[in-house]
Ligand binder design. Structure first.
Ligand SMILES: C[S@@+](CC[C@H](N)C(=O)[O-])C[C@H]1O[C@@H](n2cnc3c(N)ncnc32)[C@H](O)[C@@H]1O
Length: 304
């Protein structure tokens, strides 16, 4: 029997340099709960970053040299063209640019044999965990004009921007944004739909976050997770998308999570086996990979 490929640990990712980064990790701030990652040197760029205990980027300076990295513009283009095609065509959310300052659009169809669109059309409740600056929430609110949405994110700047975005979209009466870590989401369920778009791998405690999402969904809610379309082990990720994600991992996703004590240290390359293990720990009954073809994202439906 073939054994499941093992996901690379945080230490492995950093030690092997699976990204192209050389790094120095300065943990002198750890005593008071602060972690610092300073000076990442790539062939073409130097990054100086400081992360607070909450994982927020306090300072991020990029000194790009004149040597272009083709991956950067390609990643932006891919993301521009990529739709979050949630719950098998229920909601399609497009980000116009990689910085998250784009606009969202939503397309609603009747797909979903368990009646979720009907519930949302009738005015259901959605909790969006790791909502960032709020575009997915805004798109869902546009697509389902009676739905009420609570977005949660640990990043203060994102939450402020999300509130501004909802205000400008004229949707602030139906979308509320809350500043909190996922595992402590200050919400009261049950919700018809609980989502986490491309953020579970960023979370220091993904198992606890999923447990909280399961509680919020209650027995009848749907839980949708979208994360990177990557394989589980190193061998399966020896391709362009794998390299791209390992680069994101060592440059951003790992260090921003590792500042938390006893963080899981998942990194960007969150494959299906790891996700299933986290979901099982969180008490979910079932994990399905949804039949949505996408070069960058994989969509999982978790049954509470
Ligand atoms: C790559 S962004 C994705 C944002 C948004 N879902 C999107 O698709 O544009 C990851 C987000 O996860 C948030 N995040 C990371 N750890 C978190 C945690 N423990 N609880 C809540 N949000 C978290 C970050 O602040 C960031 O906004």
């Amino acid at each position: 029997m073939r054994t499941a490929p093992r996901a690379l640990s945080a230490a492995d990712q950093l030690r092997l340099g699976v990204g192209t980064a050389l790094y120095q990790y300065d943990d002198t701030g750890k005593k008071n709960g602060l972690g610092r990652l300073t000076r990442l040197t790539l062939p073409h760029a130097t990054f100086d970053m400081t992360y607070t205990a909450r994982g927020q980027v306090e300072e991020q300076r990029r000194q790009l040299s004149l040597v272009p990295w083709p991956g950067a513009s390609l990643a932006t283009t891919l993301r521009e063209k990529t739709a979050y095609n949630a719950l098998g065509q229920v909601a399609k959310v497009e980000h116009a640019d990689a910085s998250g300052s784009g606009t969202g659009t939503v397309t609603v169809t009747e797909y979903d044999e368990r009646g979720l669109p009907a519930r949302l059309k009738a005015g259901g409740r959605v909790a969006e965990i790791g909502c960032g600056v709020g575009w997915s929430s805004i798109s869902l609110a546009r697509g389902f004009p009676r739905v009420r949405i609570d977005g949660v994110d640990v990043d203060r700047t994102s939450i402020k921007q999300a509130r501004r975005n909802a205000e400008e979209a004229g949707l602030a009466d139906r979308i509320a944004f809350h500043l909190a870590p996922a595992e402590e989401a200050p919400l009261t369920g049950p919700y018809d739909l609980v989502t986490a778009f491309e953020c579970l791998h960023d979370m220091a405690y993904p198992g606890k976050a999923l447990r909280r999402m399961r509680e919020l969904a209650g027995p009848d809610g749907a839980v949708l997770v979208a994360d990177e379309a990557v394989g589980d082990g190193l061998e399966e990720n020896r391709n362009f998308i794998g390299r791209l994600n390992y680069n994101f991992s060592v440059l951003h996703c790992l260090p921003q999570a590792l500042v938390y004590p006893d963080a899981a240290g998942t990194g960007t390359v969150l494959g299906p086996a790891t996700l299933r293990a986290y979901a099982e720990d969180a008490g979910f009954q079932r994990v399905e990979v949804l039949p949505i073809e996408n070069p960058l994202w994989r969509f999982y439906r978790l049954t509470p």
